[in-house]
Ligand binder design. Structure first.
Ligand SMILES: Cc1ncc(COP(=O)(O)O)c(C=O)c1O
Length: 401
């Protein structure tokens, strides 16, 4: 049966407004739709496809595991889960790993753990969570409430309590909120959905100090920045500041759904048997693919390539801007890049994204005025150059409109 975009409107819940294009095949940083039209992918499935589409190492890992074992549940452990947990422990500050299926679930686990740790150690009253305006941590009711965008959390009845929001990159705002009852501070090293806004080193270091002073846990949500995106395996490594809990998803599976929460033994021990869980967490197929993704990304060649490619990318965007004067700033970290539309084009990020699609380029938005790019970490330089040429045509179209 041939399906078309109109079927979406017929049979799908209308919480998304997908593009009219239906991609059917991807290879590296190129994608083809039902009509055979080719696109260059600067979106990377929203920072998920860290190795592009159908990377041979991931395809092999998936196929090999598919012939062995698909699912057990957490009634039993499995080899891919153990190997992946070991690889994450070896590569990071973490001593313990919890597997989930998405970023929101990894964050849900992190927040529940922080609350439980504080309750066990200091008492019921230590339950306040500090997060940041414009932050994004997922769509479960707990994580969306911790996220700093009321538009996403309002309208669903009473919210989880004791959650407050400071100003991102403003330590004074955190000093005004933090107290003896704060159990955790949750922050994205680069606010992704909130506009591709990197945290300053001073802010991140200051959060660590404030958390230490008030016996609060520092949680880094690295769902969007993790697994090589910033040119480090995890962004915390670049800041030289170690969190107590780190969450990772998106690129972890390179396109296969998986999330994980990383922490220390001392903190992890508070999630005793029965306190938390998930049927699919640690699924062998997901873990086998994620192990291949982590092993492929965590190499000097790929990680230093991210910085070189990011420079090529940003230089290209700045050149386009010199010609068309559409951006006030091109910012980000590694290959998480935001081109901020200036006041003349404010609110037009979606128009730019749609114009790009018309030119054969997949891009993203972050809010209404930032065009976001999160391409494969191994995108060939030639694809960056060709993609930017297509993007320039899209920008020209917007400027002339
Ligand atoms: C920083 C951050 N945290 C959490 C999430 C939620 O992840 P998921 O959509 O896999 O639940 C996202 C998704 O965009 C994210 O960018």
């Amino acid at each position: 049966m041939q399906v078309s975009r109109s079927v979406f409107d017929d049979v799908m819940v209308p919480n998304y407004a997908p593009s009219k294009i239906i991609p059917v095949k991807g290879e590296g940083s190129r994608v083809w739709d039902q009509n055979g039209t080719e696109f260059i992918d600067f979106a990377g499935g929203i920072a998920v496809n860290c190795l592009g589409h159908c990377h041979p190492a991931l395809v092999t890992a998936l196929k090999e595991q598919a012939d062995k074992l698909w699912h057990l549940s957490n009634v039993m452990t499995n080899e891919p889960a153990l190997l992946l947990a070991k690889a994450l422990v070896d590569a990071t500050f973490a001593e313990k790993v919890y597997f989930a299926n998405s970023g929101a679930e990894a964050n849900e686990a992190a927040l529940k753990l922080a609350r439980r740790f504080a309750k066990d150690k200091y008492g019921e009253q230590k339950n306040q969570i500090i997060a940041f305006k414009q932050g994004f941590h997922g769509r479960t009711f707990f994580t969306v409430t911790v996220g700093g965008q009321p538009a996403y959390s309002d309208g669903f009845g009473p919210k989880p309590e004791a959650i407050v929001h400071g100003e991102f990159n403003n330590l004074d705002s955190v000093k005004a909120l933090i107290n003896a009852n704060t159990c955790a501070v949750m922050v994205e090293p680069v606010q992704g959905e909130g506009g591709v806004m990197p945290a300053t080193a001073e802010f991140i270091k200051g959060l660590r100090e404030l958390c230490d002073l008030h016996n609060a846990l520092l949680i880094f949500d690295e769902v969007q920045t993790g697994v090589g995106r910033t040119g480090e395996l995890y962004a915390y490594m670049g800041y030289g500041v170690t969190p107590d809990i780190l969450t990772t998803a998106k690129a972890l599976g390179g396109g296969f759904p998986i999330g994980a929460m990383l922490t220390t033994t001392d903190i992890a021990k508070h999630l005793v048997v029965g306190t938390h869980g998930s049927t699919y967490g640690g699924n062998p197929l997901a873990c086998a693919v994620a192990l291949a993704a982590v092993n492929t990304v965590n190499t000097p060649a790929v990680l230093s390539g991210v910085n070189a490619k990011a420079k090529l990318f940003k230089d290209g965007l700045n050149k386009i801007n010199e010609k068309y004067h559409v951006f006030s700033e091109v910012r980000g970290a590694g290959l998480l890049i935001g081109a901020v539309l200036n006041s003349d084009y404010a609110g037009k990020a979606r128009d730019v994204m749609l114009a790009a699609a018309d030119q054969g380029l997949m891009a993203l938005v972050a809010g209404t005025s930032v065009v976001r790019f999160a391409p494969s970490l191994v995108i060939p330089d030639a694809d960056i150059i060709e993609g930017l040429a297509r993007f320039e045509r899209a920008v020209a179209q917007i400027v002339q409109a």
